[in-house]
Design a protein around this ligand. Structure first.
Ligand code: 0WD
Length: 255
């Protein structure tokens, strides 16, 4: 049991298809005690029964666009638990109209919102999580995608947001590392979830990935959960600031 006696805050479960949900289940199976957050009441209704099914009694509101929400979430964790072993950031958002057509048409507001929710939120969370994680030499993990590195059709402003997210992981690593806290990104292959449904042509991406990737299959929730477990447990004690690809090897291809 790699996570026995460890406490992890999971942010970004929207429903049972969420990547964060696959990870939460694996952490629980390895003995972790979990807390969850939700951004609004509609998602609270879906997350509450899921959290309960894993014996979690700590469920907190947190819309990451609001500093006061992030502040009060970590204050609550501090009051209830005193310290943390892990934080999972599995959050991203872009307006639907930005995920189709030409990137050059991205609006100022659409750009701001995507970067705020998908990249800055990690920095805002790291700032408040640091002291709680330092007590247990804990770790943070965020979810990213290949669209940060290369151009993919329709990923548009989200690719730019993921590039900012990955650079933020690198810049956060020495800050947090000085207190014994690690932070890494997990770059997952395309998976069918609520968020990915908003990307125009997503089915074609899935098909292409299964056909062309070295492992000749799509990425599963179990694939991602296993690597997240590694990154949140002591198995990766010497690893920080990395982007680890869990994509059936797709990113190594030239053609
Ligand atoms: O193919 C995919 N699905 C991939 C996803 C491949 C590689 C990476 N990722 C990333 C996503 O970009 C994201 O960072 O994984 C992360 C999780 O995405 P997911 O599991 O695919 O999607 P979903 O189940 O929708 O969870 C993302 C959640 C939101 O869901 P909705 O669908 O309601 O937007 O992020 C949360 C919310 O729960 N979220 C917020 N949380 C707090 N404050 C906010 C917010 N303002 N906005 C969205």
């Amino acid at each position: 049991m790699l996570m026995k006696g460890k406490r992890v805050l999971v942010c970004g479960v929207a429903n049972e298809r969420s990547i964060a949900w696959s990870i939460a289940q694996r952490l629980h199976a390895e003995g972790a005690e979990l807390a969850f957050s939700y951004p609004n009441e509609a998602i609270e209704k879906r997350v509450a029964p899921l959290a309960e099914s894993l014996g979690s009694s700590l469920l907190m509101p947190c819309d990451v666009t609001r500093d006061e929400d992030v502040e009060s979430m970590f204050a609550t964790v501090g009051e209830k638990w005193g310290a943390l072993d892990g934080v999972l950031h599995s959050i991203a958002f872009a307006q639907r109209e930005e995920l189709k057509g030409r990137f050059v048409d991205t609006s100022r507001e659409g750009f701001r919102l995507a970067l705020d929710i998908s990249a800055y939120s990690l920095v805002a969370m790291a700032k408040r999580a640091e002291a709680l994680l330092a007590a247990n030499r804990g770790a943070m993990v965020t979810l990213t995608y290949f669209g940060a590195e290369k151009v993919l059709p329709h990923y548009n402003v989200m690719g730019v947001a993921k590039a900012a997210l990955e650079a933020s992981v690198r810049y956060l690593a020495p800050d947090l590392g000085a207190n014994g806290v690690r932070i890494n990104a997990l770059s997952a292959g395309p998976m069918k979830t609520l968020s990915s449904a908003g990307i125009s042509g997503f089915k074609t991406m899935l098909h292409h990935h299964a056909e062309r990737s070295p492992l000749q299959r799509n990425t599963s929730g179990d694939d991602v959960a296993s690597t997240a477990l590694y990154l949140l447990s002591d198995l990766s004690a010497g690893v920080t600031g990395e982007v680890v690809h869990v994509d059936s090897g797709y990113n190594i291809l030239g053609m």
